[in-house]
Design a protein around this ligand. Structure first.
Ligand code: SER
Length: 339
């Protein structure tokens, strides 16, 4: 009998780091991870089998298929929005072809086991795209189907893979009488910018918020790369992890869509700065907008409508802006940098 496990790609990234801790604290299923980068030793010891490798390596995916009965896939591996703009073709390779490989993997797993594989896919506010700041301000809270004209390669990749996932879930090989059955139960969350107390992101465009906080905690000056009035949605990492687990556990019959917005708070860069200064009054935070990265953030919504996630699977974040700082970020960051 093959071992029943969770497969997590991109496990060395920020979401993976927190998700592995949560899953192992709760003694849930055993975890197999796949990432090019090694896991932190503290995280690796919580994993049954950390595999160093690429989601583009189909032979490697075949060996995982033969060895394990994967019940749930958390497909977290991706090149984020800033990094992807420097090598768009490589980003497309990882973000789209990598996802296609994982969907095929899940389909084969499900067929082999005779039961659907739950496939969790983090999408992003980067799937949205406004033509101008005026349009962004006028739009306010956006629904899942509105303004989906992303301006980044990463946003295009995420939007298309949401569609691929829906296809694998509902319409896979629809003309094939023999094998035309979907074994993939695809579920996706469009995450806002995420802020963790324990890790810092790399290669994203919402990175200014976590960078501002972590620099202040380390007493290192920071120049924010967007204007003070820049506003997009953010969320504390524990709420992001809770959301993934809640959507994974949701009764499929209650899910009316495959892709869901979720929201927590929508601060401007200046409001984040003020929260940081309240705890680290001597923090040196300036502004030096990078006009190109600014344009990307300006194309993202200032708020999203998450009423479907609340109604279908009970999404309800623990942290607002104040409580995220007071109860999660500041105490843990102080402890981390001992300040
Ligand atoms: N946080 C991501 C980024 O900045 C968006 O999903 O690329």
């Amino acid at each position: 009998m093959r071992k029943k496990v969770i497969l997590m790609t991109g496990a060395a990234g920020e979401i993976g780091h927190s998700l592995i801790q949560r899953l192992s604290d709760e003694g849930r299923a055993e975890i197999v991870t796949l990432d090019l980068k090694p896991l932190d030793p503290e995280i690796a010891r919580r994993v049954r089998h950390p595999i160093a490798g690429s989601i583009l390596d189909r032979a490697l995916l075949e060996t995982i298929l033969a060895e394990y009965a994967v019940e749930t896939v958390f497909h977290l591996a991706a090149q984020l929005s800033t990094r992807a703009e420097f090598s768009p073709v490589a980003a497309h390779e990882v973000n789209v072809n990598g996802t296609l490989n994982l969907l095929e993997f899940a389909q084969a797993q499900g067929r082999g086991q005779g039961r659907s594989v739950t496939f969790l896919y983090p999408s992003s506010i980067a799937v949205y795209g406004f033509a101008s700041l005026e349009e962004k301000h006028a739009a306010g809270r956006v629904r899942e189907y509105q303004y989906t004209e992303p301006i980044t390669m990463y946003g295009c990749n995420k939007l298309y893979c949401e569609q691929l996932g829906r296809y694998y879930s509902r319409h896979y090989r629809q003309l094939d009488v023999e094998t035309g059955r979907s074994w993939v139960d695809f579920r996706s969350i469009r995450f806002p910018g995420l802020i963790s107390a324990f890790t810092v992101p790399s290669g994203g465009t919402s990175d200014y918020a976590p960078e501002m906080i972590h620099h202040a905690a380390r007493n290192v000056p920071y120049d924010c790369f967007v204007r003070p009035d820049t506003r997009i949605p953010f969320m504390a990492m524990p709420d992001a992890v809770d959301a993934l687990l809640a959507l994974a556990a949701a009764d499929r019959s209650r899910l009316t869509q495959t892709v869901y917005n979720i929201a927590a708070f929508n601060p401007s860069a200046e409001e984040i700065q003020q929260m940081v200064l309240a705890s680290f009054p001597d923090a040196r935070i300036g502004y030096r907008p990078d006009l190109k990265r600014q344009a990307i953030v300006d194309s993202w919504p200032e708020a999203v409508d998450d009423s479907k996630a609340r109604a279908d699977w009970g999404f309800s974040p623990r942290y607002g802006l104040e409580s995220a700082f007071a109860d999660y970020l500041i105490p843990n960051i102080r402890e981390r940098y001992r300040r």
